[in-house]
Design a protein around this ligand. Structure first.
Ligand code: ZN
Length: 335
């Protein structure tokens, strides 16, 4: 595949030297269309071959735009190496642990998760005893509260997902923090900051020196954002994204989809603002919830023809409807 080096340079914020994975180049095509559903729903297997260096000492195992395969970060310091997310289930966890070990050599490992969702964190057991596991307090509490229910739910998502979850055990962190903690990896700092909106316990990882932010599912590139349960908050999410845009950063690693600049954060924020506006307008016009959903869905889908997983539009509509009316939230069936 041909890669336009100039386009790559601008995408990656003008870094002087880098390696770039074809997946990122693919995302640069302005006409990138929706993903072939067969590819989107391929087995959720993390591919170590997609390990890509995005800055000095900063690597991502890039999401191939397969559902339930996240972007996974590996951040090097002279003393320690930080792993961000594990993939779905113990086999993917082992793949990520091996990739991290290959990068880290004898340096100690730290694992953190962007949030508790299974495709981000249910490989954590393979890191037990191999890495110090650090989560935000809210994330640890949410994992404890919902972990088993999400495991049971994900096992119903078809044979490939069930196979990936084979033998999954939910493990508690070794250490938690409230609000924010700064990890000194040795010559490189990583700021872990709680910013809940997609879940009750989202946390981002900020590398101030490199001006990189790992966003978890607060940002997904060209995927409709996911509102899986009542802890996903509409207007709070908009505020959190505005705060992410306010960080002095040049590169944002989304939970899923292609890495980009501030524009990938703004794209999710303006999507949520658009849904909120369309919903409010129709409530003002006297439409009931079902009518609002029926009317807004096609408008939004037409406005985002290149985004994947349009089943989540209706979830966003319901969340903003409940928010605007104060009525109880009624989410559609999960799958
Ligand atoms: Zn998620």
């Amino acid at each position: 595949m041909m890669i336009d080096r100039r386009a790559a340079l601008s995408l990656l914020g003008g870094a002087a030297s880098f390696s770039i994975h074809p997946a990122f180049a693919q995302a640069m095509a302005a006409d990138a269309g929706p993903t072939d559903p067969a590819k989107l729903n391929a087995p959720p297997v993390v591919d170590r071959g997609r390990l890509t260096r995005i800055a000095d000492g900063v690597h991502v195992i890039a999401d191939p735009r397969i559902n339930l395969v996240p972007n996974i970060g590996i951040v090097e310091g002279s003393e320690a190496v930080l792993v961000i997310d594990t993939g779905l289930g113990p086999a993917n966890g082992r793949t990520v642990l091996e990739a991290a070990r290959a990068v880290a050599g004898n340096r100690r490992l730290i694992l953190t998760l962007t949030h508790f969702h299974p495709e981000h964190g249910y490989g954590a057991q393979t890191f037990s005893g191999q890495a110090e596991i650090v989560y935000g307090e809210a994330q640890a509490a949410e994992l404890k509260r919902k972990g088993e229910a999400y495991l049971a739910m994900f096992r119903t998502f078809g044979p490939a997902v069930a196979a990936a979850l084979e033998g999954t055990a939910i493990v508690a962190p070794d250490r938690t923090f409230a609000g924010e903690t700064v990890l000194d990896l040795g010559g490189r700092k990583a700021v872990l900051r709680e910013m809940p909106a997609h879940t009750a316990g989202d946390q981002v990882v900020i590398l101030p020196g490199e001006r990189i932010v790992f966003c978890g599912d607060l940002v997904e590139t060209r995927f409709f954002p996911i509102f899986p349960d009542e802890d996903a908050k509409g207007s709070r999410w908009i505020d959190v994204l505005a705060a992410l845009e306010g960080i002095d950063a040049i590169r944002y690693v989304p939970g899923h989809g292609e890495i980009g600049g501030r524009e990938i954060v703004a794209a999710v924020r303006t999507y949520l603002e658009r849904v909120r506006l369309e919903v409010k307008r129709r409530i003002g016009g006297g439409a009931d919830e079902e009518l609002v959903d029926r009317e807004v869905r096609p408008v939004i889908k037409a406005a985002y023809p290149n985004w994947d997983n349009d089943m989540w539009i209706s979830f966003a509509i319901r969340v903003f409807h409940a928010e605007a009316t104060g009525r109880p939230l009624k989410l559609p069936a999960f799958n």
